[in-house]
Design a protein around this ligand. Structure first.
Ligand code: BG6
Length: 511
């Protein structure tokens, strides 16, 4: 599984401490990401992992659980996984009691002296969000925030707060325990290779920048459509809904990168300053009419996804029978700055939709004069740039070309770049890239305190409105469909249409 792409040298030695280690995320994402870094030689046998949770595992039983998870992910690497197990440890603690953290510190000191390690510690909080207060406070009280003898960093999973106020409070609390440079608020979308490539695409190519504005772009679409339902996460999801789960973080972060100005430098501070300005410029929803006009929410009913019959959201385990939580949301945003004046940014996400696809679509304006309108069938043709975030990652630009022969029969054709053409390269998983960045102290791809607050500030009025009015706004859509038709109507008001992605991005050619 040697991969290209990520850095090729070893990192400083130390311990990665995972809180919530007995949970699903550790087994499915974190441990495979760390193992992959190890298997590429980026982490060595002096980078240890200490799982922490309340569950009564010991080193051996935790290793067995992790080994199984890794074998599921990398069935061909049994031997390397076996060796890797030796650097995994487990410490059960009472996460609410001060004494538990003292035990943790003692265990860490023991491991450090046993393996002759410097005092570098990366804490990963993969716990219920209520613990984002408790854990950093206890760690800081024991000096596990002091960087005089090695780094001390904290990765915090989403959701970061439930609204602007709570995000502010959490930021304030964390700032008493850790410096902002030690905090890594994870948004795994920013770890996706294709999302980072957006930065290169925009700022390493001179040809797109002159067109990247309201004079040439008619609308932008950013969507993450999923085929999965809520699965076993209904306890969380029914309280959250699609807007908080996906739009407040992942999709607004994507929008930030698509719409930002060129940063002064390609560093964390400059890039995050520019995305923050985008979030600050997004027009706020000020009235009920604003929200009703620009927001569509839906919830899935029974239907067929990939040929299999699936039940309704309200029938899912742990979902209330009369739940009005949205599993789909489409929002029309405007960015009130010079570059994007009056360009709609259509953002949508939904569960149990027809196809799993995340794309950024730039729809350019048509030519000022329809030169070929009498003779060609695509007189309404407009150039479209599609950045496929997942799956079948790539970038495709459509343009019109003349069919050989008499007259001017034109066709829409594509010019594309497809990651699958890099024969030997696998896409590094988002978590792999982000854990590596945190180990290196680079927080470019993590959300800054002010950005998280700004994103909640955009979303808060919608959430507040839906608290009272979700039932009257909610549209039901069959599982396996494209979501509520009202989202299409929202675009039709300006003669726009959602792009309709087909399953295979690479081979897709329109007639
Ligand atoms: C998570 C959301 O942050 O992102 C999930 O909580 C969602 O509801 C997931 O399914 C989507 O991530 P990805 O990487 O599969 O697009």
């Amino acid at each position: 599984m040697k991969k290209k792409g990520l850095m090729q040298h070893k990192l400083a030695h130390g311990v990665i401490v995972i809180f919530g280690a007995s949970g699903d995320l550790t087994a499915r994402k974190l441990m495979p990401a760390i193992f992959s870094l190890y298997n590429q030689g980026i982490l060595s046998d002096r980078n240890l992992i200490l799982g922490v949770a309340r569950s009564e595992f010991n080193d051996q039983s935790f290793r067995e659980k992790m080994q199984q998870a890794l074998l599921n992910e990398y069935p061909d690497h049994a031997k390397a996984i076996d060796v890797f197990m030796e650097q995994i440890y487990y410490q059960p603690i009472n996460i609410y009691a001060k004494a538990g953290y003292q035990e943790l510190k003692t265990r860490l000191q023991g491991l450090q002296s046993q393996h002759d390690l410097p005092n570098n510690l990366l804490f990963y909080l993969s716990t219920p969000p209520s613990l984002y207060y408790e854990i950093p406070k206890h760690l800081a009280e024991l000096g596990l925030n002091d960087e005089s003898d090695g780094y001390k960093r904290v990765i915090i999973e989403k959701p970061f707060g439930t609204d602007e106020q709570s995000a502010k409070e959490l930021n304030r609390h964390l700032s008493h325990c850790y410096d902002e440079s030690q905090l890594f608020r994870i948004d795994h979308y920013l770890g996706k290779e294709t999302v980072q490539n957006l930065l290169v695409f925009r700022f390493a190519n001179a040809i797109f920048e002159p067109l990247w504005n309201a004079a040439h772009i008619e609308n932008v679409q950013i969507y993450a459509n999923e085929t999965i339902g809520v699965g076993s996460r209904a306890g969380y999801y029914d309280q959250s809904g699609a807007i908080c789960d996906m739009i407040q973080n992942h999709l607004l972060q994507l929008l930030g990168i698509v719409a930002m100005e060129a940063p002064a430098k390609m560093d964390a501070y400059s890039i995050r300053n520019e995305t923050l300005k985008v979030f600050q410029s997004i027009r706020r929803f000020k009235s009920e009419a604003d929200i009703r006009e620009n927001v569509v929410i839906g919830q899935y009913e029974a239907g067929c996804v990939d040929g299999k019959l699936k039940g309704a959201y309200r029938e899912e385990k742990d979902v209330q029978k009369n739940s009005v939580t949205e599993t789909y949301a489409a929002i029309r945003f405007f960015i009130d700055n010079w570059r994007w004046h009056d360009v709609p940014f259509y953002v949508r996400t939904g569960k149990r939709l027809k196809q799993r696809v995340t794309e950024v679509v730039i729809n350019f304006k048509s030519t000022p004069h329809p030169f070929f309108s009498q003779v060609q069938k695509i007189s309404k043709f407009k150039n479209q740039l599609v950045i496929r975030i997942q799956p079948d990652e790539g970038i495709k630009l459509s343009f019109a070309a003349k069919e050989p022969g008499a007259g001017f029969k034109a066709h829409e054709v594509d010019m594309g770049f497809y990651y699958s053409d890099f024969a030997q390269t696998q896409m590094p998983a988002a978590y792999e890239r982000l854990i590596l960045d945190a180990l290196q102290g680079d927080n470019t791809l993590f959300s800054r305190n002010d950005a998280v607050e700004a994103c909640w500030n955009i979303i808060d009025p919608i959430i507040a409105f839906l608290k009272e009015n979700a039932a009257s706004m909610l549209k039901f859509y069959p599982s396996g469909s494209n979501g509520p038709i009202q989202a299409d109507h929202m675009l039709e008001e300006r003669q726009h249409v959602w792009r309709n992605p087909t399953a295979n991005f690479k081979r897709q050619q329109k007639g």
